[in-house]
Design a protein around this ligand. Sequence first.
Ligand code: PEP
Ligand code: MN
Length: 627
Amino acid sequence: MIYLLKKRLNESEKDGLSKKWKEQGISIYFVDVEKTILIFEGNISPSGLIDPVLIEEIIEINTPYQLANRKFKPEGTTIQVGSVVIGGSNLTIIAGPCAVESKERLFKTAEIVKQMGAHILRGGAYKPRTSPYSFQGLEEEGLKILAQAREEFDLPIITEATSPENADIVAQYADIIQIGTRNMQNFELLKKVGKLGMPVLLKRGMSATIEDWLNAAEYILSFGNFKVILCERGIRTIERLTRNTLDLTAIPLIKDLSHLPVIVDPSHGTGLREKVIPMARAAVACGADGITVEVHHEPDKALSDGPQSLYPDQFRKLMNDLEIISVLTGKEIVKHHVVREQIFIPAQNQTSLSPKVAFLGKSGSFSSQVARKIFPDSSDYINCNSFRQIFEEVVSRNASYGVLPIENTITGSIHGNYELFLDYPDVFIVGERIIRVSQHFAVFPGTTRENIQVLFAHPQGFAQSSRFLESMKNVRIMDVGNTEEAARRISEFGFGGAGITSQEAVEKYHLTVLEEDIEDNIRNFTRFIILSQTFNPSIEDDKVSGVFILKNQPGALFQILKIFADAKINIVKLESRPIPGKPWEYLFYADWEGNIIEDRYKKTVQSLEKHTLFLRILGSYKNIWKK
Ligand code: PEP
Ligand code: MN
């Protein structure tokens, strides 16, 4: 039972009340937040003895943990750390080494995780090691290095306090104090961080029940510190093949029981590097507000927890996976200041943090979602009316980048866009991005299926929802230029207007959704490519796109395939199309693994040139869907 009082009481009023209750043999507890919260010893709820004029609201709670109970804050808690928000619709990524080992080594990992999109940097300075003979951490020196990394990479930092004594010094440096599994019920430490009032990440004790854990959180909350993030990190079970058993059931349970954000640590939860990615994916799929994951630039040389630390490339892959999975739980990996992918090529004129980006349609179109995901908030957007205009903006250098859909998993390649490359030989592919496309059947508010007069959609929207369209008899169908426009036209049409559009556009124009996810197959993804005139191929690229025309002779295609086979290069896509204006002659569009810098790849391109009538490399970039 929580009593919210109408106003903050002064000390003498509090003392008076305490005394009155003490006479009844009952202790009372005050928690000062905006108002004073009053909680009775043993969670009893005595009636009659409290002056009703004092009370604004009584929240009935029947668990021993009171303030941690969701009933206290049904809307959920979000916690702001610098510019990062934990909880709500955010999927927060904490990454870094297990321990701070040296400035040089922490900086290397920090740079990597920052560039790949992590929001918060982790690293232990006080290490609670199972063996007294293991590396114990750099202590205050480690905290100083973390603070330097925060400045250098503009990342908030989280690090562990292992005792009430070192909590003070940790608090001087850290943005979030971590309480480790071994200290979950170190009540003096919990009280200490409660008093400190700063954000706390409370890991679940390895032998603690969920209720024990929430009660531990309650200790911190009871000091008026509501900035508590829970972290499931695996518990001890009979299983011996993993370091711990990651209890993911805890996540949906906590979501019901408590308003506190809850994140998952798949590194300690498994202890096995190769199992970190699948469990991190599962954590996000079951509703976690984020993950904390150990990443090291050289895991094999790490001073602690190397075997469970991800290699940088694995972390990159994980970020991509989480981006896709987060769609399912309505969460988003918010970007901070820098792009997540290295599509800002470090050329003189490309370092701007406010690039101009051209895409089809306005905010609410699928292209705009991609642009927002990749480019910084400070970007300037150029809204285009056609795909050709995107190329024009890039060629004239009005835009540094263009965002162009190229392929959909239901409808296949968007051939017109491939063909535009033939008209613009100076435009290259420098990156790619995949988003899940979910098409909704939306109407002007008040309209029902029976009184629909017109159905607006982008041709892609119609094509991806062909089965749904079969059910729409006797309705006038109108093609529009993009997904956002479909929603706008419904709204302009008024009553009787309907269409196929995105969630974002539905919200923008306050439409009503009659049916969600009407696409023929729920696994509906669109691949977008990033265009630029500045092409700086890198050895880090792992995908090349090209277009060629075969010689008109027997075995010509076989010859080309043999070049790839001999070089052991994997072709990931091959498609042929009529050459515009040349009846019965064909172009081949191909994507293959590799780059165009390394010798063996270069030689392949040279052989291709020799054995084709025409060859153009369209771009080289990072494969976003790499298995
Ligand atoms: C850590 O995060 O480095 C750590 C020691 O975690 P845990 O307390 O969960 O073992
Ligand atoms: Mn560790």
